[in-house]
Design a protein around this ligand. Sequence first.
Ligand SMILES: Cc1cc2nc3c(=O)[nH]c(=O)nc-3n(C[C@H](O)[C@H](O)[C@H](O)COP(=O)(O)OP(=O)(O)OC[C@H]3O[C@@H](n4cnc5c(N)ncnc54)[C@H](O)[C@@H]3O)c2cc1C
Length: 372
Amino acid sequence: MQCIHPGFGLSYFNKELTGPEYAGRFAKEALELGTEVMLNSMVLEVNGAANEIICINREYGMTRVTAKSIVLAMGCRERTRANIQIPGTRPAGIYTAGSAQRLVNRQNTMVGKNVVILGSGDIGMIMARRMSLEGAKVLAVVEIMDYLAGLTRNKVQCLDDFNIPLKLKHTITRITGNERVEGVYIAQVDENKKPIIETEEYLQCDTLLLSVGLIPENELTRKAEITISGITSGPEVNQYMQTSAPSVFACGNVVHVNDLVDNVTVESMAAGKYAALYGAGKLEQKDEVRTVTGSNVRYICPQRIMPCDEGKAKLFFRVLAPDLDVRIEARSGGKVIASKKERRVNPGEMCSIQIPLSELNSDIVVDVIKEV
Ligand SMILES: Cc1cc2nc3c(=O)[nH]c(=O)nc-3n(C[C@H](O)[C@H](O)[C@H](O)COP(=O)(O)OP(=O)(O)OC[C@H]3O[C@@H](n4cnc5c(N)ncnc54)[C@H](O)[C@@H]3O)c2cc1C
């Protein structure tokens, strides 16, 4: 609801919508289908084996809901200063980009006048534009990696159009100020991400926004003893978005952090459809093969694939490092089952490849190979 900027729905609806407009379309559809919604309710426990959740709200108190299948869609949360351990004092004026976005866009509260943003993720870049539009001066977006963490389109629309400097291979080494932030020191980093102190410079500012990554919200998943990927920090799923607990499905940012909501929708549509089929006893269960990361691939989702006589599955994945003119190749049993060319790949932008489900006789390896 706080994402009042456009940029949602470009691939799913072929339209540029704001966050509330995009979500509103699905909310309307769900309500028209008669879905019962419990707002202001917090799920405290998921029990996949018993097909039940325990939740709490003011009206009903502690409530047990049983079902034939469950879909996890808890999204993710922002990493904070504590997660990245920046040295210095602990003054007011340090916000995660998402909380600043909520204060500015929903609560009509301006968070500062001179702003530095740490992290070039999409939320950080979108907030750089928002703060400029609201009259603040954004001194720099500081990024430790030597490449952009978010989408290129956001760099163009949110930084370049507003002349906001992007400092790649830099980090914040210190925060100053006691009551309120007075400034930050930034420095270049070497190849081991260690700050080069001789390059340190001081930026006088009253606000620091952190856009340093999102963590899938999986405390409930962990407590339910569902298998979690060490790389995505989300539950491992198959192409039906089915977790290691057969009646529990998962979708969206709780599975892996997506840059575009359109991809979340594609996965969520699958999770809903197959959770319903499972509940109706119509989802056939067979032995699965695994998806395996090859060269320049950080992770693949889904992690497991159930072979079928027909149909296709879309594998979403992220690369480890940016590259140009590459071939994406999926292999199973030594045979190439899908291949496509890509002009540019970037860790900040999700890649995908579609594979046939009928030719799978062993694990599926995905490689991103430089074209010569
Ligand atoms: C600042 C920002 C800017 C973005 N800009 C764009 C953009 O321009 N274009 C684009 O395509 N995408 C954008 N995105 C990404 C997009 O918003 C997400 O991909 C999408 O919202 C993920 O959907 P989700 O349903 O997985 O999670 P969410 O939308 O995060 O929903 C998860 C929900 O689960 C609830 N929840 C969590 N735990 C519990 C619990 N225990 N009990 C009950 N409820 C719980 C949460 O309160 C939340 O309402 C942006 C995201 C952010 C944060």
